[in-house]
Structure formats: C-alpha cells, structure tokens
Design a protein around this ligand. Sequence first.
Ligand code: M6R
Length: 608
Amino acid sequence: MCGIVGYVGEKQAQDFCISGLKRLEYRGYDSAGVVTLDEKGKATLLRAKGKIANLEEKLAANKREDKIGIGHTRWATHGEPSEANAHPHQAGPIYLVHNGIIENYKELKEHLKEHKFKSETDTEVLAALVNSFYKDGKYPLMNAVVQALKLVKGTYGIAAVSTKSPDEIVVARSGSPLVIGVGHDETMLASDASALVGHTKRAIYLNDGEVARLTKNSIEIKTLNAEPVSAKVEEIETNLAAIQKGGYDHFLLKEIMEQPESLKETLRGRVNVKEGIVHLGGPGLSETELRKIKHLVIVGCGTAYHAGLLAGYYIEQFTPEITVETVIASEYRYRNAYIPKDSVALIVSQSGETADTLACLREIKKQGVKTIGIVNAIGSTIAREVDGGTYVHVGPEISVASTKAFTSQVIAMVMFGLTIAQAKGVRPGTLKPYVEEIDKLPEAIRTTLESVRKEVESVAKKYAKYEHAVYLGRDTAYPTAMEGALKLKEISYVDANAYAFGELKHGPLALIDDRFFEFALVPEGELYDKAVSNVQEVLARGGHMIVITNTSKFDLPVEKVIKISSDCKLFAPILMNLVAQLFAYYMTLAKGNNVDQPRNLAKSVTVE
Ligand code: M6R
C-alpha cells in the first residue's frame, strides 16, 4: 500500500526520494509527494495526484539541491485521491508522511482547533498533533513526535521533518514497516528495503513502539517510553537485478518465468532425494514437538490462502491422524475459534506485512499455540513475530498479482507436512514419491513454461472477448482453480469464479451460457473419470471449455485442450497453475489493462 522514503546526507534528496518512490510503485498508490528542506529550512513541497510521472513533471520545474527530504506514495483510505490529500502534510514547521490508519483521528482533531485543516486525512491530524507538542521548535522534534504518538490509536509508520531543524528526520513505527538504511555520511529510510537497494547494504528494521532520530551520521533509537534501543544492523540481501524487469515487458511475466529458479531457492539444502526426506531448520521444533502435532491451522489472505488450501490437501494425503484447517485471515481474526494446544499454526504471507494475517498471528500466539511463518520478505513483521519459520526465498515479488510466491508457499508447506510425517514415523515409502517429485519440480516447471507459453498466448487472445469465467477442478485441482480465477479477475477484471466440479449440479451449472467460458483442470489420477464426467455435463449445456490436462487420454470435444508435461503427477496442479498464470497475463495484455498494478489493488495490504 502506501510507501515512505527519506534521505539525509550529502546528495540530492529529491533524486533519492523519486527513485525510491518508483521502487515502491508496485505496492499500489494513487498520489505521491515529496518535501525537501534547504540548509536554512526553506521547504519545497511537491505533490501530485496519479502516477509518479506527474510528480516528476512538477519536480522538473522545481529542482532543488536540498540534502534532506521525505517522500510518500499514498493509497487512499481517508479522503479521495487528490493533491490536497497527498502526503507530506504540513502543520506549522512540521512536514509528515504516514502509512497506516489513525483510528482516533476524529477525537484528536477536536482538540486541534488552532490548526486550519486543508485535507480530509488522518495524517494531517497527526502532523497537527506533533506540531502542538513541538511549540514552534521549543521542544526537540523527537520528543514532540513521541508525545503525539502516545495519544494515537491505530497503526503507523511515519517520517517527519521540521523547517526549524533541517538536519534531522524523525521516524516511528507501530504496525507498519520502516527500514533505516545506514550509509557513509548519509542515512536513508523506507517502508520497504527495496527502495534502499543500490544505496546501502546495511539496514536497521525498526520494531513496533520504536522511534528514531536520523541525521546524516547518527541514528538514535528509543522506545516510546524513552528506553534506549541498541540497533541491530542487518544485511539487505536483495540486489538490483532482482528488482528490475530483466528484459521482460512486465514484472508479472518475469516472475512467472523465473519460477524454476525461485523454487530452487526454496528447496536449496532442504531436500535429500537419496534418503527420501526433507529437512527444514527454521521451524525450530524438536522431533518430540513434531510428533505431538495433531492439528494444523493455516492462515493467509488471497493467494497465500489458496496456497494454504492446496498444501492442506497434500498434507492430509501423507500425514495420518492430523487435521488441517485453512482459514482466511480477515475472517478468522474475528471468529471465536478455539485452537487445541496440540496445534501448530502456519502463517502464510509473501510480504509478511498483511494486516489481517498479522492480527491472526498475534491472536493465535495469545492462545499459546506455536506459530510458524511461511514468509518471503526477510525481516518483515510476521517473519519477526512468529515462533519459527521457513522463508520461501523467492526474491522480491513486485507485480501485485502473486505468482512465484504461490508455488513456493505450497511446496514449503508440503515440506513442513513431510517433516511432521517423518517425525511421526510414516513409512519412508509413502513419503519418497513426494520428495522425489518436489526435487524434479523446478525442471518440470521450466519445461512446462517453455512448452505452453506461445499456445497459452494465442488461446488467451481468443478468449479476451469474454467478461465471465468459471474455473473448475476437483481435489488438489480445486484450490488451484480458485487461485487461477483470482489471478484472472485481479488483473484482467474478468468476473472469474472457481467451483469444485462436484458442486456444479448444486448451482453453478445454471451459469453455463454463451457469456461464460470455462477453464477446467483435469489431472490424471483417482478422480480423473469423475472430472471427465463433469466436463461432459458442461459440454452438454453448450459450455465454451478450455481443459488443462496432463494426459493424452483426454479426448472430449472441448474448444481447447492444453496438454502439460506429465513428469510430475502428484504436483500436476502446480504445473497447471502456470498455465492459469500465463493465461491471466496474456488475457490482461489483450484487454490492455495495467498488468503489474491493477486498479484499486495494492501489493502489500497493511490496513484492514
Ligand atoms: O503478502 P501476502 O502474501 O500476505 O498477501 C496476501 C494477499 O494480499 C495476496 O496474495 C493477494 O491476494 C495477491 N494480490 C493475489 O495475487
């Protein structure tokens, strides 16, 4: 969602802020702004509705050599996307940017009668509140920020500067990430480490309840209760290539095509094919603890939720005497769900910052249940708050539509399931086929992507005239169909919904007419014949079907059959999902939509 950047040092702050904001564009935004201060404290505030390019136009006419500044991309929550609502917001000498939501802003506003509000935002209330404690520079900026934040209810990542002290930036966080970049004679900040890549490799991840004062060569961190914090400097692992398009037209296509490599990173050092076992160090559970697990609760949103559903199907296949419940975080956090003590919760999140998922994690921890993160973003809030975890290591995922993370999340969770099964003494013969296929999967993904890409492109072009789609599958192909439908709807804006094949007769069959096409996943296996019968039911009602299958047996006269590699049978749905990802990509291109930044959506959903 919103993005924050900031710079204090020897270089041009405007340049740093604009390039940093561009790196954060993928998170989704509708307006942007930057303020810089010259040595005497004269502020240059530039804000624009829409894309950063609009802000750049203003900047071209207002170029400054200022060496301190903060910038922001806003994703509207309070008030429409407009220049007036864009950050930074000003109150007296204070300029402030903010990610998150100030829940009690109306109440606070009541006490800030002296300030003339110019926007509808909760952030301007916070700026005015800081200013009310700052007393025109009578008190240090850091103290004023702390006093203000003590009154705030809600979530925030903030950065503030003052025209009275143009050599310092004060930042703070509670529930919204902030990373400080440590340089030589320069200090940077961002809400996401990708904005710092190429400038420094050294970062400090601020914790909730911490506030920091940054100058070009000092970083002072303390808690809101004034306890000093000794900062841990960590290395930023991401490199520039990982956050560039690398010759592809869109991040989405790049991320789909890099799945053979990204999955290899997930598997690195964790699979022993010879012995037919997997080894995950991160969860940190002993053999005894693993043996005691009776229930798995898998929590996530969107694609992460689908990954959890699919992994759950697999884990049930090879782990006896265990129940798996996969839940949508935004629902689960408000359910009065009892979790038995012999449970483990898997907290699944690419960004590691999703507000609902984080809320569930905290709730589950309160119940005394062990939490294991299946996270991509290193150092993210979820990664730091779980009891143990397995990073999926797919590298930055920039496109709003999640692709490579899904594949690796599923496999990481299956590996966790295998770890439990191994500890519970499940016969190695039962587990070995899974381990062998996991090991072969990166190569099967490579050959599948290569063999179907052109074909899927031409099929997608033909179906781009449709506005409605039904995705269908059984068993492991059902959550895969759900994921395929989500991908199509979020970027092509086609109204796509997924159903379990067996549910057709209970309602969805009534939809079948010329306005719809059907995208069906029909893998070989125990339920193949049943899925084929379902395909017949749709055909008999004049359906316009595309069938994805991994067997040449399939011979029904559907409009299009896309045959994928049969190398991996157990994980055929993962390969079928590649077809769904490419299909959504090419359909979106054909419709002319913004592929990487679909309307109304953000990459990292840090508010509820
Ligand atoms: O960062 P997370 O994995 O927690 O994000 C969860 C969802 O917001 C995310 O998967 C979303 O559904 C994607 N845009 C789907 O492509």
